[in-house]
Design a protein around this ligand. Structure first.
Ligand SMILES: Cc1cc2nc3c(=O)[nH]c(=O)nc-3n(C[C@H](O)[C@H](O)[C@H](O)COP(=O)(O)O)c2cc1C
Length: 326
């Protein structure tokens, strides 16, 4: 399948693995890229730019296909040394960066000077247009369904994607709620040039996370995610667990007066406990509603091959029959 996204990134299939804290390590990135998609290493999971450089070279030993790096701009007071992370990316020969969290405007000159293609992940048409204006090559449009940070507008992809298609000139991928061939074909029909998946890729054999995490995603239904940190305007969609129940209880009690300190123990330092130790009640970790569509733990290649072959059947079979063309 050829789309503006496969052309832009030089990949076989229009499928991207979104940046994921403590999941987007070399193993998963290489598996996705080797299967013909675009895998992304998550920069900030590496505590220093030096460690990111090592992770990039570790990944390079596992694949010679294009890979990218996710650079998430966090709402923190002590910002990580982003310019040094960018230097590690560029020196590592990576020429694709997914930015997220806030506008990458300040870093565009240095990224563009190094010949990096930038795909910015955002949750609204206005932010996507801003990304286009500042020179991003593509955007990833993250609907309200998504695992992680859906923003504060609450617009699901059924509306957000065709709205993005109405306004944008640059290519975009659908992100949030994407799991299978149906998602891909629907995303293309709504105007996207491919899809970005997070939660679906966590439940794969190569995802370097504890088995409990993969089992929890398979066991979860579409009803099992919760939104935390709404009152802080830093909304995150997470899988329900005892730690998350505690956050919601504190948020209910304190209302608009809740501060990050009130919930700190259930949101900070949680990822290693969940992803490495498999302590599934440790607190908030991103997970999408799409968990309801995830019923197995295939290899990445099985997953991507299945998506592409079923998409073909869907287009040339069911849809063609409905229009009397088959
Ligand atoms: C476990 C997990 C961790 C994530 N961490 C990040 C992150 O560090 N940076 C980022 O930009 N997005 C992060 N995301 C969001 C994904 O890149 C992607 O946008 C999202 O998962 C898409 O929605 P889906 O889960 O419905 O596929 C994370 C998602 C998950 C499930």
């Amino acid at each position: 399948m050829k789309t503006r996204i496969t052309e832009l990134f030089g990949i076989q299939h229009p499928i991207i693995q979104g940046g994921m804290h403590f999941v987007g390590l070399a193993e998963l990135t290489a598996a996705v890229s080797n299967a013909g998609g675009l895998g992304l290493i998550t920069a900030l999971t590496q505590r220093t730019p030096e460690l990111l450089a090592k992770e990039i070279s570790r990944c390079r030993e596992m694949t010679d296909k294009p890979i990218g790096v996710n650079l998430t701009f966090l709402p923190t007071f002590s910002a990580p040394p982003y310019l040094e992370y960018i230097a590690a990316i560029v020196e590592g020969g990576v020429r694709i960066v997914e930015t997220a969290g806030r506008s990458p405007e300040e870093y565009m000159p240095v990224l563009k000077k190094a010949g990096v293609k930038v795909i910015h992940k955002c949750t609204s048409v206005r932010h996507a247009l801003k990304a286009e204006k500042i020179g991003c090559d593509a955007v990833s449009v993250d609907g309200f369904e998504c695992g992680g940070h859906p923003g504060e507008d609450d617009i699901p992809n059924m509306i957000l994607l065709p709205r993005a298609a109405e306004e944008l000139k640059i290519p975009f991928v659908a992100s949030g709620g994407m799991a299978d061939a149906r998602s891909l074909v629907a995303a293309l029909a709504l105007g996207a040039d491919g899809m970005n998946m997070g939660t679906r890729f966590v439940a794969t054999k190569e995802a370097p996370v504890h088995e409990n995490v993969k089992r929890a995603i398979v066991a979860a239904s579409e009803l099992d995610t919760r939104l935390v940190m709404r009152p802080l305007r830093n909304t995150e969609r997470v899988l329900k667990n005892a730690g998350v129940d505690k956050i919601l209880e504190v948020e209910r009690e304190k209302g608009d007066k809740v501060t990050i300190e009130d919930i700190y123990e259930h949101v900070a330092g949680v990822y290693p406990k969940i992803m490495v130790d498999g302590e599934m009640d440790a607190g908030a970790w991103s997970c999408g509603m799409v968990a309801g569509l995830i019923h197995d733990i295939p290899t990445v290649k099985e997953l991507i091959d299945r998506i592409m072959s079923e998409a073909d059947q869907l287009i040339h079979g069911r849809l063609a029959r409905l229009t009397g063309r088959a």
